[in-house]
Design a protein around this ligand. Structure first.
Ligand SMILES: C[S@@+](CC[C@H](N)C(=O)[O-])C[C@H]1O[C@@H](n2cnc3c(N)ncnc32)[C@H](O)[C@@H]1O
Length: 200
């Protein structure tokens, strides 16, 4: 598994933009999803655990799934996560986990997975009946959010209606979009959605 975030992991948490974004996504999840400390939660594309840190106080334990060993090394080094967050370095779209969850959360990882329909199917397979997804990513953008030559970016954001159709086709209902945040950079604005849905 190639680690496309190896160079970025070291100073990931030093970015004010990333801190503000994960905080806004975390607050929107807390406002839109009922959480309790019995729930089994997966943070997909958890990275260094910025989103995990916002949700953990309300659920007690989280499985942090990511394909980047470097990002997960940073996560595993955070003392506040010890005994509560399990780092899982695996591409679950290729090899399923032997576990089911009540909630799958994610921040800014969907655009790194080429097959969105396959990913939603993978999420459905990892959820208990009635389980939920709460996924944040970019609204459709003009391709300027990432540098032009960056590897591993498969989508320049997502159209809500097209993503809703995919999510519903994989067995989810009650699909709701919320605006979690807007990233402002130079003269551009990049809205970030949170989509919440329940497995049928
Ligand atoms: C933009 S970063 C976001 C990290 C973190 N969620 C945050 O908000 O700071 C995207 C993350 O998705 C991970 N990722 C990309 N493809 C993945 C896949 N197929 N399975 C799991 N994680 C993946 C990357 O390794 C990276 O850590």
């Amino acid at each position: 598994m190639s680690d496309l975030f190896k160079e970025k992991a070291g100073d990931w948490d030093a970015s004010q933009m990333k801190i503000e974004l994960s905080s806004a996504i975390g607050s929107t999840i807390l406002a839109q999803v009922s959480l309790n400390n019995e729930m089994k939660v997966m943070d997909f594309g958890a990275g260094t655990g910025l989103l995990t840190s916002h949700i953990l106080p309300r659920v007690n334990s989280i499985s942090a799934v990511d394909t980047s060993a470097s990002m997960l090394d940073k996560l595993a080094g955070k003392p506040e996560f010890h005994g509560k967050v399990t780092a899982v370095c695996q591409d679950i779209t290729r090899k399923k986990l032997d576990a089911k969850f009540d909630l799958i959360i994610s921040a800014m990882a969907l655009h790194h997975v080429e097959d969105t329909a396959g990913l939603m199917e993978t999420f459905a397979e990892h959820l208990n009946a009635g389980g939920q997804i709460a996924l944040a990513d970019l609204d459709k953008e003009d391709g300027t959010f990432h540098p032009a030559d960056v590897e591993g970016v498969f989508h320049h954001g997502f159209e809500h209606e097209a993503l809703k159709t995919i999510i519903e086709s994989k067995g989810f209902a009650d699909v709701q979009f919320h605006t979690a945040h807007t990233v402002h950079r130079e003269d551009k604005s990049y809205p970030i959605f949170l989509v919440v849905a329940s497995k049928n």
